[in-house]
Write a protein that binds this ligand. Sequence first.
Ligand code: UD1
Length: 350
Amino acid sequence: MRILSVVGARPQFVKLAPIAGAMAGRAEHVIVHTGQHYDDLMSDVFFRDLGIAAPDVNLAVGSGKHGAQTGAMIAGLEPVFEKYAPDWVLVYGDTNSTLAAAVVATKLHLRVAHLEAGLRSFNRRMPEEHNRVLTDHASDLLLAPTAVAMEHLAHEGLADRSVLVGDVMTDVLYSVRDRLLAEPRPTPFGLPTAGYYVATIHRPDNTDDPARLRGIVEALAGLDRPVLLLAHPRLRALAEQHGIRLDHGALRIHEPLPYPELVAAVMHSAGVVTDSGGLQKEAFLLRVPTTTIRPETEWVETVDLGWNVLANAVDAIAGAVTRPSPPHTDAAPYGDGHAAQAVVNELLGA
Ligand code: UD1
């Protein structure tokens, strides 16, 4: 069987790693990179560090407005799908690359499977929400990471195409964590264990309005410990454009980290402050308290279990970050680290 994976943005490379591993020797796996992310630190480093084969095709689409970027991907993917004629197209998460691949597969009558199906923020301002809803409804097989995701799919009439496989990010996180426990790495800037916070900010709702971005930066700069701010290119560009200084107060600015370094930095931190979906969950799996600068989250289990607090208002951030530690939990809402095998079993059996 031939399975064609389409990836393009940073979080998708992380999810691809355990899938590519589980596919080895069981199916022919074609990897197509749209080129949505293209900087070494946003793309190539993940293939190197996570042992993923170089993509068979890279469309090098690059950045752009939603329509232009997604349209270029659609035009670029069509001949690739025609050439490879895969038994399954596998799409990941909720980026513009996900939606573009789902549209092309549907138009060509190719079966499409959506990994990380059923997540909902119910916030239609988010491009990711459009992408995931449209992709779920276009897909033939919905591979859900959690029981909550299964419920959302059932509410939308998609239960008969849905299967609970667990979360592949748990697979990759646990394997990298175990590697790090065997071979520890130093923390960036030589920051002491539990003596700093890790922060990331990249969502348009937080970066694009200068007053809001300035408020968030000031809240982080005023925290009680050093804040390792891993600056996405969008954050750097918009801060510069709006004349907002990042490097002051508690803030220590750093480029985005390769995945093993990110996991090491989070593992040894006192807490995470973020608007990233993946990082909320990674911090939870490492049992590091998180503050999420968004009005809602798709990963509701992290909030329900007390490890994640939503602080969308700028003046709520400091109080949330410095709250007392949450109670211990053994709950495993994101599976046990064997989701990728379950995904491949579904694709091969279906
Ligand atoms: C995309 C995804 C988002 C995901 C995020 C992870 C969509 C709609 N959004 O958002 O769901 O959480 O990836 O990072 O697909 N840029 C570079 N170098 C790169 C990539 C981007 O400089 O390698 C800059 C460009 O200025 C670009 C901007 O970052 O315009 C935004 O990149 P884009 O891929 O459009 O969206 P992200 O914000 O990264």
